[in-house]
Design a protein around this ligand. Sequence first.
Ligand code: LHQ
Length: 264
Amino acid sequence: MAYEQITVERDGGVATVTLNRPDKLNALTAVMSDELIDAFTRVREDSDTRAVVVTGAGRGFCAGQDLSEFEAAYRSGQRPDIREHLAHSYHRLIPLVVETRKPVIAAVNGVAAGAGVSLAAACDLRIASEDARFTQAFVKIGLVPDSGGTWLLPRVIGHARALELSMTGDVIDAAAALEIGLVNRVIPTAGFDEEVAAYAARLATMPTAAIGETKELLREALGLSLEDALEREAEAQARMGQTDDHLEGVMAFAEKREPRFRGA
Ligand code: LHQ
């Protein structure tokens, strides 16, 4: 499938989705949102894809909403219907990313702003290059966090830090992001792509079905009582206990060899 503003490359079990408007720091347009929705729909359905990387071309990860899409309207005295825009774009894209039943890694190669932070937070893991920066830029243009920013960010870094970043819009660098848990690791810029690829390739050889269940269980458990979480774990574990990957894992352990998981 040919896209205008993103690319999708497959290497073994890894699909890499690259936002591709480097001159505009990969700011999100309506076209790009539609293309991301299409790409995620496809990688979710493709059983050969067992890990997904989301990254940006050039020096940015994603500068959030492309503000120029609204500029003409504002200049002519109109106030665009942001609600309709959100419903069409982010409200479709962000749940698709969050609910992908395979590992999704944000390879944050540069600046992430506004909805770009939300996109990174919607992924399971965030690996930053030393050049990464993050800003909850919404407040700087008189808006509240959208694209899941109020739901995702507190889950990643906690309420107090999410509130601070969202109230100030301050730009933080990769080291500060690591310190507050916004990213899982920081990798030197030289060799960043290779390290991300190796990490994603490793995840793509793991028991994909169990990883998908694990994501869902941890997400849901935040809203459950302990008793209900135990029940959900047991229900999922009963299903995982029937998978070939479970059998392979146990056999490999018994035979003192590396397991060969197929993802189901
Ligand atoms: C951009 C953008 C951009 C267009 C850089 N748009 N061109 C939802 C619904 C409806 C309305 C609004 O919002 C939302 C959700 C949101 O995401 S709100 C938040 C939107 N994003 C922002 O407010 C971030 C705006 N950008 C910035 O603050 C800076 O560009 C950052 C801090 C990201 C990077 O700064 P620098 O590294 O100094 O780069 P730069 O500012 O020089 O940008 C490079 C180019 O990219 C430049 O274009 P030009 O043609 O002058 O070279 C910028 O205009 C363009 N660009 N962000 N969001």
